[in-house]
Design a protein around this ligand. Structure first.
Ligand code: SF4
Ligand code: SF4
Length: 610
């Protein structure tokens, strides 16, 4: 009996050593549990840190979640990261980052550091450049460049490369088209050109029914600064100016052109724009260049269709030091930007140079996801060729390989990934002296300057298991999607859904006579609708929080929408949501979060602007 009691006591002692409990200690006749020594406490903390433990339920989003330790300053001078930073001349005696005028990089006193370098300093990156930072993270060094933010890693080949926080890893589905060269779509009989093809005010129609127009001729003028021109994609006759179905699901005023079957389809002779030739050379012709981009109808070709000239006009009192080109193409299925980077790499680099020259930016970065390694190599080769041909060019351009993650192509996420800088909520990249363009937009700008070509066609990806012959196609704007699908062999009988754009942010179409517009990056035909499981109640798993790249609470937002609490939506920053659908993608209850949030944004707009 005595030995049994002894064994029980020993067991209790062992338990108490792990978890000191005053109740157990009292039972054992001790006044209070012994205090843990500082060494033990530190060790436990270290273990907690290294094991990735954190308070609350553990949430893993499509990969390992690591909680990295706090800043090197908090770790003190003994911390390895602190030592390396000190060697790099980036920390003071007490771990503080030295002021701007104490330049260890040999920069002139008072001169602003480039955005990437500034950010590296802030986050404690021991050396400039993504590769160094990647090595540190790969090596498991306790280097937290982002304070207490968790870093979501993907158990794939891209782990360790730079990226943004949160996000998801949808299946890529790019294999069907990523190796197919861009082909040209033959002309069809009719083209429908909505006047609203960009963000901002719709263009102003300047043609009337019965008028003959030539390919490349302007048919609509910009209607204000945030608006662009529109050009005839073919030589033909204006048949009507009327309401036609738009890819956004509404009816929109559109110009219908019937092709002239006997015309040669030569481009119209370029007209000299008002305000000079408009080369971006830092002279008084800069305004001419911006106007020229506007009159060429160039918009962001990544999908948002924001007028590009607006981003090329630096407002009074602002400046741009860094240009970032988006070559991520993070949407599953789409490969049009990938093909542009492969087939027009030199044009992308020339377009980048023109944009940098126009904005006076000294630093340029092209962010490309690692799953497009051939594009990274091609761009690097084009860049070195461009540099060797033009020794006098100002500004440096770097190609940055990024992790494969969605929605990395979004402006703010790309800046976070490439430059490790956060655009403040409600702010613009311009607030950080950064401007972001798409690789296809840069190529279009180079085309405009070198060949006087307005935006009358674009590359799109036609793909999905519901289409017979997936392809990357150059399509004249205004071509009905039914004609494009027909060019690609037509739809399979089992096709159930056609989406314009990618599966995450694209818009499902109810009819196939809507046209390809400037923002159309792909036509996706699926054999089954994306959602086949019914909606279930929220189980409070928190996956949507972990996925949201804007650090919103999608579950709470959805609840507020259902309760029609518009003020609550505003206080929960519903307007910061850019509808990437990452939250809907990860929700195990299949709650249509992004759709609810879209409704919530409309409700919040009504309250904000009564
Ligand atoms: S759709 Fe909005 S709320 Fe949902 S993950 Fe994207 S940004 Fe966050
Ligand atoms: S909305 Fe979905 S993902 Fe978000 S907490 Fe609820 S069940 Fe989880």
């Amino acid at each position: 009996m005595g030995s049994l009691r002894g064994a029980f006591r020993q067991l209790l002692w062992a338990f108490c050593r792990r978890r000191p409990s005053p109740v157990l200690y009292r039972e054992l006749g001790h006044p209070r549990p012994p205090r843990a020594s500082p060494a033990d406490t530190n060790h436990r903390q270290r273990r907690r840190r290294n094991s990735g433990h954190r308070r609350g339920p553990r949430r893993v989003v499509l990969g390992a979640v690591r909680k990295l330790p706090h800043s090197p300053r908090a770790r003190g001078p003994g911390h390895p990261l602190h030592r390396v930073r000190a060697q790099a001349g980036r920390v003071g005696a007490r771990g503080r980052t030295p002021g701007r005028t104490r330049s260890a990089e040999g920069r002139v006193r008072g001169e602003a550091a480039p955005a990437r370098e500034r950010s590296d300093r802030r986050h404690g990156c021991p050396a400039q450049g993504a590769s160094h930072r990647a090595q540190w993270i790969c090596a498991g060094t306790p280097a937290n460049f982002r304070g207490s933010r968790r870093i979501v890693t993907h158990a794939g080949t891209t782990e360790g490369l730079p990226s943004f926080s949160h996000g998801v890893h949808p299946e890529e589905h790019k294999g069907a088209t990523e190796s197919l060269p861009i082909e040209r779509m033959p002309f069809v009989s009719h083209y429908v050109l909505p006047l609203a093809q960009h963000i901002g005010r719709p263009s102003k129609c300047i043609v009337r029914p019965g008028q003959h127009v030539q390919r490349g001729e302007r048919i609509a003028d910009p209607n204000g600064f945030v608006s662009t021109a529109l050009h005839a994609p073919v030589t033909g006759t204006v048949e009507a100016v009327e309401l036609r179905p738009h890819p956004n699901g509404k009816l929109a005023e559109s110009i219908v052109i019937a092709i002239d079957a006997f015309a040669s389809q030569e481009m119209q002779e370029p007209q000299k724009p008002e305000g000079g030739a408009g080369g971006p050379n830092g002279s008084s012709r800069i305004d001419g260049f911006v106007r020229r981009v506007q009159e060429a109808g160039i918009v962001g070709l990544g999908g948002a269709a924001f007028p590009s000239h607006v981003k090329l006009q630096v407002p009074e009192g602002k400046k741009v030091t860094t240009v970032v080109l988006n070559g991520c193409e993070c949407e599953p299925y789409l490969t049009c930007d990938h093909r542009v980077m492969l087939e027009d790499a030199d044009k992308v680099v020339r377009g980048m140079r023109l944009i940098m020259q126009q904005l006076g930016a000294a630093h340029g970065y092209i962010g490309v996801e690692r799953n497009k390694s051939d594009a990274i190599e091609t761009l690097r080769a084009a860049l070195s060729q461009n540099d060797s041909q033009n020794d006098s060019q100002k500004g440096s351009i770097e190609i940055i390989a990024l992790q494969v993650k969605y929605p990395q192509g979004a402006e703010k996420m790309l800046i976070d990934a490439v430059l490790h800088e956060r655009v403040p909520a409600g702010g613009l990249p311009l607030d950080l002296e950064i401007v972001v363009h798409n690789v296809a937009t840069a190529s279009a700008i180079a085309d405009m300057v070198e060949n006087d070509t307005p935006l009358i066609e674009r590359v799109i990806t036609v793909t999905g298991d519901g289409v017979r012959r997936p392809a990357n196609v150059v399509v004249p704007l205004g071509t009905p999607i039914a004609a494009v699908l027909e060019h690609c062999g037509g739809l399979k009988p089992e096709a159930r859904q056609v989406i314009l754009g990618g599966p995450m942010m694209g818009v499902a179409q109810k009819e196939l006579d809507v046209p390809v517009v400037k923002g159309t990056s792909g036509i996706l035909a699926l054999t089954q609708p994306q959602r086949v499981v019914g909606e279930q109640p929220c189980i409070r798993c928190g996956r949507c929080l972990d996925a949201c790249p804007m650090f919103l609470n999608p579950a709470r937002l959805a609840q507020l929408v259902r309760n029609e609490r518009a003020e609550g939506l505003l206080s929960h920053h519903v307007m910061s949501c850019f509808e990437c659908a990452s939250c809907s993608f990860v929700c195990p209850s299949h709650i249509p979060l992004v759709h609810l949030i879209r409704v919530g944004k409309a409700m919040a707009r009504k309250v904000a602007v009564p």
